[in-house]
Design a protein around this ligand. Structure first.
Ligand code: SF4
Length: 403
């Protein structure tokens, strides 16, 4: 696990710790109407299943606040109410039992109202996110800075923090989201130098995948790698389940959270491939994703390089002459027909989870490694090895001996 900045304050959104070295949490937001209690709850469950630790739900009407009162007690994860414009709805959401609030300083600008909400949140023991957004910045601040610059976003956040601190409220997390990736990164860097409250990272209005995913990863990962950020949200124009999955996967790839499911690695394929790598990778993903086994699986297009290049993977398969060479930690343990590759991987993944690496290596087919070796040698003989190592070694020797 990587180490994050630990000098941020720790707060709790329900039972989820945020900041102060707690595991980085994943957030997402429902897209249903909040007064549709069953529909919203179904989405909350789907988001939780996809890796969301915390779910935000809009509280934009009295009916939405009433919906929250029914959703919160039945939710598997803590619920945060998203509040814009109407501070009274923040009070209603607290009454409904939410685990946290998000206030937008750009549209709840009245100091007294903000302080009223803070006092009520303190009484209920709830944190507040100061959710600054480049697209809905306080208009006075926007006029002063000319545009939604990182300095403008940070100024808006600091002003709101001051209102909260004035009433001795400190359970604060902050976001300074921007739809422009570089402005977003700069805003958070600037803010991280000035405060120790935990930060909620996101690129706002990132758009549909794949562009939205790329923007979100670029912004969020840049900061996390430098130890900045305590909770994250991908804002995609897509099914929110995709947001939750992407957030969770990013944290696992950065080793900020333990692997909870499949990590599929696959070679990009090349002229040497003995199988349709894209199709096999897709079949394997389909077969293994539902298993929820914390495993890294490799799909490699040829047995010449596959097992060696993917030797770090828990389990993998490489193709050669119409056969699939199944390997564990780089060691070929079984050879199966090409059309059985995905099924054989699934079976072996289950056995690995049950019995462990040592037992599965011990159960290896003694002929498998030999067959893989023979095919690799044959392919190397007909195609040359992938890096032309034999030819290059000979050429180097020629130069060294002056021949
Ligand atoms: Fe895949 Fe083999 Fe080509 Fe490497 S050499 S990209 S493993 S097919």
């Amino acid at each position: 696990m990587r180490t994050l900045r630990t000098d941020t304050r720790r707060l709790h959104v329900g039972n989820v710790p945020v900041g102060g070295g707690a595991p980085v949490s994943v957030q997402s937001m429902t897209t249903t109407k909040t007064d549709d209690v069953d529909g919203t709850l179904a989405q909350v469950y789907a988001l939780s299943g996809a890796g969301a630790d915390i779910v935000r739900i809009t509280c934009n009407t009295v009916e939405a606040a009433q919906g929250l009162a029914e959703i919160v007690p039945r939710s598997p994860v803590p619920i945060i109410a998203d509040i814009h414009y109407q501070y009274r709805l923040a009070l209603a959401a607290i009454e409904a039992g939410v685990a946290g609030l998000r206030l937008n300083p750009g549209n709840i600008r009245n100091e007294d109202q903000i302080k009223t909400v803070a006092r009520a949140a303190a009484d209920a023991g709830l944190p507040i996110r100061v959710g600054v957004n480049g697209g809905s910045l306080d208009k006075d601040i926007l006029e002063r800075h000319g545009s939604a610059t990182p300095e403008a976003l940070v100024e808006s956040a600091l002003l709101e923090i001051r209102y909260l601190e004035d009433v001795d409220f400190h359970d604060i997390k902050i976001s300074v989201k921007h739809s422009d990736v570089t402005s977003m990164v700069e805003s958070y860097r600037l803010l991280a130098e000035k405060i120790t409250y935990p930060l909620h990272l996101g690129v706002t209005e990132a758009g549909p995948p794949p562009g939205g995913l790329i923007k979100s990863v670029a912004g969020i990962a840049s900061l996390l790698i430098d130890g900045i950020g305590d909770t994250i949200r991908f804002s995609l124009t897509a099914d929110p389940v995709e947001e939750a999955k992407a957030g969770r996967q990013l944290l696992e790839y950065l080793k900020l959270r333990e692997r909870s499911g499949l990590d599929l690695i696959a070679c990009p394929s090349c002229g040497r491939a003995e199988v349709d790598v894209i199709q096999v990778a897709e079949d394997v993903r389909e077969a293994l994703e539902a298993e929820k086994l914390p495993i890294q699986v490799a799909v490699m297009g040829c047995v010449v390089n596959g097992p060696g290049e993917a030797r770090e993977a828990d389990l993998g398969i490489a193709a050669g002459r119409g056969r699939g060479h199944l390997f564990i930690k780089g060691q070929v343990v079984r050879v199966v027909n090409e059309d059985e590759m995905a099924t054989a991987l699934l079976e072996e993944a289950r056995l690995l989870a049950e019995e462990g690496v040592e037992a599965r290596l011990a159960a290896a087919d003694p002929n498998a490694a030999r067959e893989a070796n023979e095919v690799a040698l044959e392919l190397r003989g007909t195609q040359g090895d992938a890096n032309q190592a034999t030819e290059r070694r000979a050429a180097v020797a020629d130069v060294a001996t002056g021949e």
